[in-house]
Design a protein around this ligand. Structure first.
Ligand SMILES: [Zn+2]
Ligand SMILES: [Zn+2]
Ligand SMILES: [Zn+2]
Length: 615
């Protein structure tokens, strides 16, 4: 019996892991994914532990294994019955994932189970899934099951033409014609152009109608134990009080929901023992720290912007796939870290201008930011010391609160906030005495940070007179960068400071800690790890050793986390390694990204760069 239950546990774990990699992981930023996967692993371990516990308790009843066969098999008859749609679909195949979208709206997404180029089967299944059970993210998207008559592969696809041909043959049996840019006929091209035009006017209309914008008040929920979908929480009435929530939930922490008493009972022992108190504390911080409070017209306490993939939001504003905004959706998944800024800067050489000022303006325009931000190092209307919130910063640079730039500015501003709060008070007075007046920052595990290099120019105004040098290190950094692309420099004539950023491919190790790997040679003033989730990375125990060594030599190590609970999990791991605790207690980052990364099965606050703490 015990062996049987062990086997069932293994099958269950494998199925869940497969479902997760194949479909459940919505398209997102890599850091968000990393953290979601970590959360999922936590959940998985809890489930397996529970199954073991049941086996040991000698439970006579067979273990109920949820039926996830829907992820394995396509129901042929179901797809044949779907209504055909005239809308044109796009199939994107990147180095690791497949996406299926309907004129800008994501219908389906899947990671390859092997984290390599998706197989023919995976692409086919993802497409079928997108027809029969479209994902609805963002949440106000109301996509219905449908079968397109025309679908095309994006030219950036990483799969071979042979795979495309086989998929085209398989989908032809459903009446779906699949084309590539080579096989697209002029008539089809005309149809597509017509739809693209209709799409942008629809997006304009949605923008006029604020009720149709990309924000959700009551996101969908899922059972903590079996991940089954549950109805959203009731919306608050005009009087302000919400009606009672009919969904079963943990009444102590209010962070998790259940589909049934059975699922509640399954989760209860482990949850009560290990998680409930921590979850409850963090749910309490949500109110106490005003975690969901933002001043923006597009994201505020009443209506938060939410979703991993901002295609809708960006399309409505006419900035989808433009300049730096490309980092905010999944259309460019197959670009390695650092390549987006390299590509943008690649166009700068061709820009002509009468003088330096005109050239600077032309370069700025390639970023597609609000003109009010030009130049990025412009004099601020408020002293940096008087800036404590997003609202302060927007006022200081003259941005209206309906501008979405905070979605990108969270990265340089989080770094500035860490330096200003925790580093400059320690080293500020020494800076003037240094021959080069240099402040050195190591950004370990830098991801989207490496794609936003030109945006770091805002630091010139916030750190006047400082020669800031940032070294970004990540094993996933693009290997295709030329030495010129792997280095970004900028100077401010207004504030007298300068900025140098260098990109490095590799795991942050002793040669980085000592500074030997960098042109600045010496150690850093601070090592910053954004959206760290250290426990989720297989490289973290050795890296942590390096970081602790640095700390013992006097270098501060500051991390940010999307979820507060990541700190507790990391500390748990640290204790096992036998190293000592933290130097900076967890606190809210005022410059966190104003996008609530909602998780269906754990209703805890999660924001990119949400919380700051230090080793
Ligand atoms: Zn359940
Ligand atoms: Zn609880
Ligand atoms: Zn996109």
């Amino acid at each position: 019996m015990e062996a049987l239950q062990e086997a069932a546990a293994r099958v269950f774990a494998a199925k869940l892991a497969r479902a997760q990699t194949l479909y459940r992981d919505p398209l997102g930023f890599a850091d968000a994914n990393r953290e979601r996967v970590a959360l999922f692993v936590t959940f998985l371990l809890a489930t397996v532990t529970w199954l073991r516990w049941r086996a040991q308790a000698g439970a006579a009843k067979a273990v109920a294994v949820p039926d996830l066969s829907v992820f394995d098999d396509v129901d042929d008859a179901q797809i044949q019955r779907l209504k055909p749609t005239e809308l044109v679909w796009a199939i994107g195949v990147s180095a690791k994932a497949v996406s299926v979208s309907e004129e800008g709206l994501l219908r389906g997404f899947a990671f390859s189970a092997a984290k390599s180029t998706p197989t023919e089967d995976e692409i086919f299944r993802c497409f079928c899934k997108a027809m029969a059970e479209p994902m609805n993210e963002p949440l106000d998207q109301k996509l219905v099951p449908a079968r397109p008559t025309l679908a095309y592969f994006l030219s950036t696809r990483t799969c071979s033409d042979a795979v495309v041909a086989r998929i085209a043959a398989r989908l032809a049996s459903y009446g779906v014609q699949v084309v590539t840019e080579q096989t697209l006929t002029p008539a089809m091209r005309a149809t597509m152009q017509k739809h693209v035009a209709a799409m942008s006017s629809a997006a304009q209309a949605a923008l006029q109608d604020s009720s149709g914008s990309a924000m959700a008040k009551s996101p969908p929920r899922a059972c903590f134990t079996c991940l089954k979908s549950l109805p959203p929480a009731p919306e608050p009435r005009a009087s302000g009080d919400a009606e009672a929530d009919p969904v079963l939930h943990c009444t102590k922490c209010n962070a998790i929901y259940f589909c049934s008493g059975a699922c509640h009972a399954k989760a209860a022992p482990n949850h009560a023992q290990q998680q409930c108190a921590a979850f409850g504390l963090q749910m309490g911080h949500r109110e106490k720290w005003k975690i969901d409070q933002f001043p923006f017209t597009w994201s505020n306490e009443k209506q938060l912007l939410h979703a991993y993939n901002q295609v809708n939001f960006l399309t409505q504003r006419g900035i989808h796939n433009m300049g730096l905004w490309r980092r905010l959706c999944g259309c460019f998944q197959n670009r390695k870290w650092g390549e987006l800024s390299a590509e943008l800067r690649g166009t700068w050489g061709e820009l002509s201008g009468a003088d330096e000022a005109a050239k600077a303006q032309a370069r700025f325009e390639t970023l597609h930011l609000n003109a009010a931000l030009f130049p990025l190092d412009k004099a601020l209307a408020k002293a940096p010391d008087a800036i404590h919130t997003w609202q302060d910063y927007y006022e200081a640079v003259g941005l209206p609160l309906d501008d979405p730039a905070a979605l990108l500015l969270e990265v340089p501003l989080t770094l500035w906030w860490i330096l200003r709060q925790h580093i400059l008070p320690l080293v500020g007075s020494q800076l003037a005495a240094r021959p080069n007046k240099r402040l050195v920052v190591h950004l370990a595990g830098a991801e989207k940070e490496a794609d936003l290099l030109p945006l770091f120019d805002v630091l010139l105004a916030l750190l006047p007179g400082i020669q800031l040098c940032i070294h970004m290190v990540n094993p996933e950094m693009s290997a295709n960068l030329t030495p010129a692309q792997a280095m970004y420099t900028s100077k401010s004539s207004v504030h007298g400071g300068s900025l140098t950023i260098t990109l490095h491919r590799g795991v942050y190790g002793p040669e980085h800690a000592s500074g030997e790997a960098f042109m600045t040679k010496g150690p850093a003033d601070v090592v910053v790890i954004m959206n760290a989730a250290l426990y989720a990375s297989p490289a973290w125990p050795p890296t942590l050793g390096v970081l602790y060594q640095q700390r013992s030599r006097g270098t501060r190590v500051v991390c940010t986390e999307p979820m507060e609970m990541n700190v507790a999990i990391t500390l748990e791991g640290i204790r096992k390694l036998g190293v000592s605790g933290i130097s900076l207690e967890t606190r809210l980052n005022p410059f966190r990204q104003p996008v609530y990364q909602w998780k269906n099965n754990v209703g805890m606050p999660s924001y990119s760069n949400g919380f700051i703490w230090g080793l």
